[in-house]
Design a protein around this ligand. Structure first.
Ligand code: PGA
Length: 248
């Protein structure tokens, strides 16, 4: 059976002091939690700090974004090779906040996923509908379009990718999709993956959007939910550890 993956997304939060306390607590707790994979996606300036703190532990390092360019005159961008230099294992691509506030298109997301894979980093490709899209009955069409953009990446199999379904209306709002609502969309994504690859059953599909210590177990018990992408609740060690425990 594939291990579940619980990935924290710190977003633009943290400080040297706060990160140290949080990562030390997580690393201590992980010693007894071998049943699932755990990662934290940290702001780029803290990659070196968290890499050092997590050294030798089961805590994997993730980044929140990657440039679609390999190198060169792209002020402010961080390349996949740079992430690799800091031991980054996963990178979020196409998070709804990037799509919304930085106008990332499906094509940009695909290029970023490709860059990550070429550097040996697993992209966590985020898909999800807005509230308006859900209310207009477009949920399936939107997530299928977003997934279709990354399903055939040159020279790579879709099984090298992690997919995160994050309904935009559930992110940071405290409104979680019900386990049934989430499972329904995950089943659609799984079927789309199955049509493209015989490896579909082993691809990890994460749910994200107000996952917390109280609702994680139910969400994670759904047939096609293989982990979580956790924002707010990943900033407090006890909350994140409770979610990790629910995934064991
Ligand atoms: P949230 O964020 O858990 O705070 O809703 C999830 C995410 O955006 O990845």
């Amino acid at each position: 059976m594939k291990k579940k993956l619980i990935a924290g997304n710190w977003k633009m939060n943290g400080s040297l002091a706060d990160n140290e306390a949080l990562v030390r607590a997580l690393v201590a707790g992980l010693a007894s939690a071998g049943g699932c994979d755990v990662a934290v996606a940290v702001p780029a300036p803290y990659l070196a700090q968290v890499q050092a703190l997590a050294q030798g532990s089961a805590l994997a390092l993730a980044a929140q974004d990657v440039s679609q360019h390999a190198a060169g005159a792209y002020t402010g961008e961080v390349s996949a090779a740079m992430l690799r230099d800091f031991g980054v294992r996963y990178v979020l691509v196409g998070h709804s906040e990037r799509r919304q506030f930085h106008d990332e298109t499906d094509a940009d997301v695909a290029t970023k996923a490709q860059r990550a894979l070429a550097a040996g980093i697993t992209p966590i490709v985020c898909v999800g509908e807005t509230l308006a899209e859900r209310e207009a009955g477009q949920t399936e069409a939107v997530v299928k379009r977003q997934l279709a953009a990354v399903i055939h990446l040159n020279g790579h199999c879709i099984s090298e990718v992690v997919v995160a379904y994050e309904p935009v209306w559930a992110i940071g709002t405290g409104k979680t999709a019900s386990p049934e609502q989430a499972q329904q969309v995950h089943a659609v994504l799984r079927a789309q993956l199955a049509a493209a690859s015989d490896q579909a059953p082993r691809i990890r599909l994460l749910y994200g959007g107000s996952m917390n210590a109280g609702n994680a177990a139910q969400l994670l018990s759904q047939a096609d939910i293989d982990g979580g992408l956790v924002g707010g609740a990943s900033l407090k060690a006890a909350d994140f550890q409770a979610i990790i425990a629910a995934a064991q």
